[in-house]
Design a protein around this ligand. Sequence first.
Ligand code: MRU
Length: 364
Amino acid sequence: MKIDGVPYRSVWIDAEDGWSVRIFDQTRLPWALEILRLTDCAQAAHAIRSMQVRGAPLIGAVAAYGLCLALRADPTADAMERDAAMLAATRPTAINLRWALDRMLLRLRPTQSADRIAAAYAEAAAIADEDAAQCEAMGRYGLELIRGIADTKPGRRVDLLTHCNAGWLATVDWGTALAPIYMAHDAGIDLHVWVDETRPRNQGAALTAWELGRHGVPHTVIADNAGGHFMQHGMVDMAIVGTDRVTRTGDVANKIGTYLKALAARDCGVPFWVACPSTTIDWTVADGLHDIPIEERSPAEVTDLTGRTADGAIATIRVAAMGSPAANPAFDVTPGRLVTGLITERGRCAATAEGLLGLFPERR
Ligand code: MRU
């Protein structure tokens, strides 16, 4: 995607040295666009843990490059296994992280130490390229849905609602849930996006709004609690979100608050779609509610808020009563029965075991 006309991906290899890893520091957005240079595995792990990079597909790609950096320091098989385990432990819910590291290990275990680093960079690059291609494909399948809605209301804009950030910042390029929105906008469809602020970390208000703004997509940031109201009043034609893990039965783990949006959408008859690359499907899990680990993050993300003051300084303030404890589950699980359908790189399907197997018959 482009920032002020310059094309970027969310992770790339430094063009000058050919080995260090470049990312945007997403903890600084939307106030500052800062590019970080990662030179060792510990920095890559820190970037994922601290959410300098976040979003399921992107943390998978950064972990893959993190393993490349680890192998530069020590290419032996023992060190590789240790460093991969350390990277895998950085965040628990998004399955892409484990998927990417498993794929790296599968490719690298049979190699000799001398060949391992080059093979690792090639595999990480393939993971990144494939993610960009999958997102582009999901964009095309989602665009058909948006075009279908536009055809039913000529002369009136299509209103979409999204939660968290499932745009290009959350992937290598394009995004998952935002890819169809970018394509529809580029195709000239008159659309507008309701952007859930997505407390507690505000990925919607900070990242999705920033991305959409840079691309010129009309949007409005809303409090998380407002989505149901807009749906009840016929002001949302379709909700579309990303996901961190989908079970083989179609249950969807995504940013906390997604479940409530799906409930409201069902009550109001609003289609609720989930953009899900195959790298986000966990074929080993059937029961999303009980078998997907939900990351518990710091209570400070709930009790405090960080933002820009009128004089341009970045400041953190406390919004909760002093002394009150806070709980902070970072994800929730939306049962497949509340999901209208999944958009994958192979097409759309029902959020059911049969639906997924129809698109991925090799998993039967
Ligand atoms: O905690 P985050 O910001 O990593 O959570 C991200 C989300 O929940 C996204 O919606 C999800 O990863 C899908 S992104 C393509």
